[in-house]
Design a protein around this ligand. Sequence first.
Ligand SMILES: Nc1ncnc2c1ncn2[C@@H]1O[C@H](COP(=O)(O)OP(=O)(O)OP(=O)(O)O)[C@@H](O)[C@H]1O
Length: 274
Amino acid sequence: MTPAPPAGAPAPAPPPLALRGAALAYGDRTAWSGLDLEVARGEFVTVLGPNGSGKTSLLRAVLGLQPLTGGTLHVLGRSARRGSRAVGYVPQQRLVDPVTPVRARDLVRLGIDGDRWGLGGRRHRARVDELLEAVGATAYADVPLGLLSGGEQQRVRIAQALGSSPALLLCDEPLLSLDLARQEEVTALIDATRRTTGTAVVFVTHEINPVLPYTDRVLYLAPAGHAVGTPADVLTGEHLSRLYGTRVDVLRAQGRVVIVGGDEHHGHHLEEAS
Ligand SMILES: Nc1ncnc2c1ncn2[C@@H]1O[C@H](COP(=O)(O)OP(=O)(O)OP(=O)(O)O)[C@@H](O)[C@H]1O
């Protein structure tokens, strides 16, 4: 048990994210239940699991878009609510229509202004420039988004998500359709951000390897339950076999993890041995 703080000491700040006994079901189909997870300031938590295990549902719950069916969920000590400035969100990689006139800097300004479109001023412009520079997007700040490459667009989305200086950054498979070099750039950027700003990161992915070097803890959602712990603790054959209810092997080679089995029963392989 944590000792009580001395009398008169300021109360410790509430964690960026706390789930206790959390459950989410759609009708009689339970995505997950009994979920306890507290994410600390600056922590990088990677969420893994096969298709349909409830990863996106978890992010939607944190964004206040999906009510829990049990337990509690708090962001900085407050109930999750839509449009919270404390939560930044990087969606799945989607290419923008090439004819869109929206420039990179317009999207980033939207991240700062929220829905107060168009409020400008010198301070805002300086902040937009600072964010674009932080993600290395200054060179294409005035280029329409649709003309940027997938990796460039994803950098701009990260700058947008960081616009409100969120305590918590949610990333939903932001690496999809990026090549290896761009995947590394994007993950290193998110890692650098959490180290400098203390933003906590919850990162949903099907591919553990690009984020393995940065991951403090893994939340593994699976058909027969879930597990939370360090990658070394959770990513073992014994542990995952229990979570899948079938034999799963975890192979480690050249710093990479390859998970074999489990998902064949759910339509695809977790990781292709490449
Ligand atoms: N609004 C909804 N109504 C009913 N069922 C839903 C709804 N949203 C999600 N589900 C179901 O809940 C389960 C979890 O879905 P979710 O999208 O959270 O999984 P996921 O782990 O993100 O999957 P993927 O890896 O395929 O993106 C799935 O079986 C899905 O069909």
